[in-house]
Write a new protein. Structure first.
Length: 363
């Protein structure tokens, strides 16, 4: 098959990942995968009763965009509730984050003609192999969302306020590990703390270790040192070699040069963990035998040679941060003089939805 040339014009607005409108207060190291848990408080702000409106939802989504996590556990979501203008909160958050997330929603309980529950957001570069939603014992409705990837499993949950229910839920989650043959991360609002004795963490710590930051509290405004209840836990499998690179409870963040106090965004702080998995980085691809590309990069031009129509080109920094996305039919551009010297990842997507990712060196 003759390979035709399609010249792709990518006018890069920024030189570095931080050159977009969001400062990287918590930048990723090369090759890490960022996991995040965040209780949304239904995107009504950091106070009660708060205000349910699009502005607060966009403010919450802006925090997600700035933190740029690859897999996110979200709690306190509503969907299609009559009194909340039938909004689907997970969809709104994903849309306004502008991070091209795949959405997984789990219904915990019926609510006002719709539902409330938890969600998981997954960057589209990370293929999902399996999704399982498991009801947990509770009077008010609790759910575990299990999302399996090639190299690990990610569980998202929000545990009960009742001590007995919470301990039963922890036991059920630990039992689920018996059916998973890969490392597992458990993320969410546990309504429990490793500082509390003889409750859910006494169950969890038989099978999990704490990967997330535990310095201080995850609830704003608490002076006592007992309000660390949002966690990312890790259960290893066959000495996977997964590394815990760093973790933070995020209390402030800089966006567009302005410091945002996250106590005004939700009644919980977000918590993230950056991990490294041997042989895996934050850019992967879905391939097809007859989808082949060749890249040619000069000082001011990127050319893509492909046997199939290409409708999306993305350029990432070496640590997986998106710099530029170009979408359209039969893209034809040139001129990338603002791209500084360095190593980049170029992800090319065909009209059929298959992708190829290649590394390029700009001299």
């Amino acid at each position: 098959m003759k390979i035709t040339k399609k010249s792709i014009t990518l006018l890069l607005a920024g030189l570095l990942c931080a050159s977009n409108s969001f400062s990287q207060t918590y930048p990723k190291q090369d090759g890490v995968i960022r996991l995040l848990t965040y209780n949304t408080h239904y995107c009504k702000g950091g106070t009660d009763p708060g205000s349910l409106n699009n502005l607060n939802t966009k403010r919450f989504a802006n925090i997600l965009k700035a933190l740029d996590a690859d897999v996110v556990a979200l709690q306190e979501l509503d969907s299609a509730a009559n009194g909340r203008w039938k909004r689907v909160l997970l969809d709104d958050i994903a849309k306004w984050s502008e991070l091209d997330y795949v959405q997984v929603y789990g219904i915990a309980a019926d609510y006002d003609g719709g539902s409330v529950g938890n969600g998981t957001l997954v960057k589209r570069w990370l293929p999902i192999k399996k999704i399982k939603k498991m009801k947990l014992s509770s009077d008010v409705g609790r759910i575990l969302i299990r999302t399996d990837f090639e190299d690990f499993s990610f569980m998202s949950t929000h545990l009960d306020l009742d001590d007995k229910h919470r301990m039963n839920e922890a036991a059920a989650i630990c039992t689920e590990l018996d059916y998973i043959r890969k490392p597992v991360f458990l993320a969410g609002d546990m309504n429990d703390s490793h500082r509390w004795k003889n409750l859910a963490f006494s169950v969890f710590l038989e099978d999990f270790q704490i990967f997330s930051d535990t310095e201080g509290n995850t609830i704003p405004g608490r002076e006592e040192n007992t309000a660390c209840i949002d966690y990312i836990l890790f259960h290893d499998y066959k000495n996977s070699g997964i590394q815990n690179i760093e973790s933070h409870i995020v209390r402030t963040i800089t966006i567009d040069g302005q410091t945002v106090d996250l106590k005004d965004i939700s009644d919980h702080y977000p918590v993230y963990v950056d991990i490294k998995i041997p042989g895996m980085s934050a850019i992967q691809q879905t391939t097809k035998n007859n989808l082949e590309i060749r890249l040619q990069l000069s000082d001011c031009e990127l050319s893509v040679f492909s046997a199939e129509p290409i409708n999306e080109i993305e350029i990432f920094s070496s640590n997986g941060c998106l710099i530029q996305r170009n979408q359209g039919e039969n893209l034809q551009t040139t001129n990338i003089p603002q791209l500084p010297a360095g190593i980049y990842l170029v992800k090319v997507k065909s009209e059929e939805g298959y992708t190829v990712t290649k590394k390029i060196l700009k001299r």
